[in-house]
Design a protein. Structure first.
Length: 254
């Protein structure tokens, strides 16, 4: 069974469930927060069951408390059934399902599905990245002063928080800086050239896994903010189009 095909099918299944639950937000018997939690769990359960049926020996890590499988297996699926929870709560159409696959700690497959735009971003190591089956690539913009950048900030961060200070530093140096609430879609934006760079120091593995390989396969660069080697287990990510812009951001962020 094809790993990428499985990831793509599973991402669409999760997106379909998010759509179904979104229609329940008019119900008054539960708060939006409760409904979102149930949508999140339902999406993850369906994704897990779909993939696990094909690969029962594989390991799993998911946002909603999912840890499953024998540590001796080299394959691990990293799942975010709803990336952009706050957006989903407020019915702001910027959220996605994100599914990555590692082999012996190396990212080899990623699929991110945006149910609002019916956009499926996908990548497999060494085979490039696609949007709805068509090849995509990063932008060629090389000057920070002309760039559109995205950032993820910790929830309820104060104005003194280092992440907020970094945001303000890039705000002064770049053309546009935005905080949109979905790391997965921000990474997809970098991969297809809609966004020139994205950084964060507050993400979990499931926020980043699929998006990182999609950016890499689209020709982009992913490092730590200090320009060191990216590690999925550490909340430290700078993704860009890989031009001289990357080094400029490293300087400004540090």
């Amino acid at each position: 069974m094809d790993f990428l095909e499985t990831a793509c099918e599973a991402a669409r299944i999760g997106g379909g469930i998010l759509d179904e639950w979104a229609h329940k937000f008019t119900a008054r018997e539960k708060s939006p927060a409760d409904l979102v939690t149930e949508a999140d769990v339902a999406s993850q359960k369906a994704i897990f069951e779909f993939i696990e049926a094909r690969y029962p020996d594989h390991r799993f890590l998911g946002e909603e408390g999912l840890t499953h499988g024998d540590a001796s297996c080299p394959y691990r699926w990293v799942i975010d059934p709803l990336d952009g929870t706050s957006n989903y709560v407020h019915r702001f159409p910027y959220y996605a399902v994100s599914i990555g696959l590692e082999e012996a700690g190396e990212l080899i497959v990623g699929a991110i599905y945006d149910p609002n735009r019916d956009e499926l971003f996908a990548a497999e190591k060494g085979k490039g990245a696609t949007l709805n089956g068509e090849p995509i690539s990063v932008s060629d913009r090389g000057e920070l002063g002309q760039a559109l950048c995205m950032a993820s900030l910790p929830v309820r961060s104060t104005r003194e928080h280092p992440a907020v200070q970094r945001f303000l530093q890039v705000l002064e140096a770049g053309q546009h800086v935005q905080r949109t609430g979905s790391a997965a879609l921000n990474l997809c934006g970098v991969a297809c050239g809609r966004v020139d760079a994205f950084w964060s120091q507050s993400l979990k593995p499931w926020d980043m896994a699929a998006g990182v390989i999609i950016v890499r396969e689209a020709g982009g660069l992913v490092t730590k903010i200090e320009d060191g080697t990216f590690d999925l287990e550490e909340p430290n990510l700078l993704a860009s189009n890989g031009t001289t812009l990357h080094g400029q951001l490293v300087d400004v962020l540090n």
